[in-house]
Design a protein around this ligand. Sequence first.
Ligand code: PMP
Length: 414
Amino acid sequence: MSIFASLESEVRSYCRSWPVVFDRAVGAHLYDEDGRAYLDFFAGAGALNYGHNNPVLKKALVEYLAEDRITHSLDMHTAAKRDFLETFDEVVLQPRELDYKVQFPGPTGTNSVEAALKLARKVTGRESVVNFTNAFHGMTLGALSVTGDSMKRGGAGIPLVHATPMPYDNYFDGQYPDFLYFERLLGDASSGLNAPAAVIVETVQGEGGINAARFEWLAGLAALCREHGILLIVDDVQMGCGRTGPFFSFEGAGIVPDIVCLSKSIGGYGLPMALTLVRRDLDVWEPGEHNGTFRGHNPAFVTATAALRAYWTDDRLEKSTLAKGEQVERVLQEVCATVPGSRAKGRGLARGMAFEQAGLAGRVAGAAFRRGLLVETSGPEDEVVKLMPPLTVTDDELDQGLALFTESVRECAP
Ligand code: PMP
């Protein structure tokens, strides 16, 4: 029996799509135990925007550990935390004229969403939240309540937070007057929706199938929220940290959310880290109201700071991400022209190809794996192949990955 077979049977390994044991990783490549290389166009579902074992981040981390600096510190002030906060302010917030307080809600994106929902309810004194069809916000009971029904709720039962789903931008393929229905419900006392605490939205739905909301739609949503005194929470866990080009995925829409959830690539090195950014006047937390043991992880602060200094003090990464995204889009359009009913989707380097035929996306992902390319599927029917390489992928690696993807589609949809 192979080592992997024993893992599968005894440990009930989560990963069924990639039946190998991975061992090493550098940049945009993963290597299995037999030394076979795979191009990683999955990148930890957005957690590895700067690639695996990024040398700049690794140097900072190794030096930090070698000097016996602090790893765990709960709430204490540490030099690593201070350096991160100062750098985040200088490199991310100030240039964008954003005035958020930074909260460390716990190690994961889900923790950030939980904090955002709790705070919105506490600030407004209201309870319900508006979410969107095909949304994904996490797997704990609060975050799950605002996650779309089809997104693998795992039989969690009655949602904890009363959430009213509204149609996401792509729901009617642009045929529906944007917020007519939403506004009508807000003004109708019988709808039960007259005073939600918050709206929570992804600017591009990652798990929902790489659905990119139009900037005008997002701006309209922000205006509606402002008009009705509803807090706008943007969940930038997957699309933030440059995945769509700019640091925050909402920048192109010209909106300023009241609360922003960040995680995945903020730690930069694949280390768990999350932030909840809170409009300064909304910070009504009392001490202890949202605490946790691992909500300020010093090694992650170190790599996060190094990533901000290396990649966000100028616009080079943003520009190259947009250019690479256009390259992916061009290739996807060519491939789509050969497969009836398929569609290219996305923004920046969050790209996807949707297939009409049931099961085809999964077969394409399987064929890609056999060729040495790792891609994930998403969407309510797993109908979309996601292409999300590290933002630091080289042009050659991008071309190689796209060629492997194209061959995989040709094999499965001749
Ligand atoms: N929000 C979004 C938009 C996500 O994509 C995810 C993870 N896929 C989460 C929240 C949850 O983050 P985590 O898995 O780190 O808890």
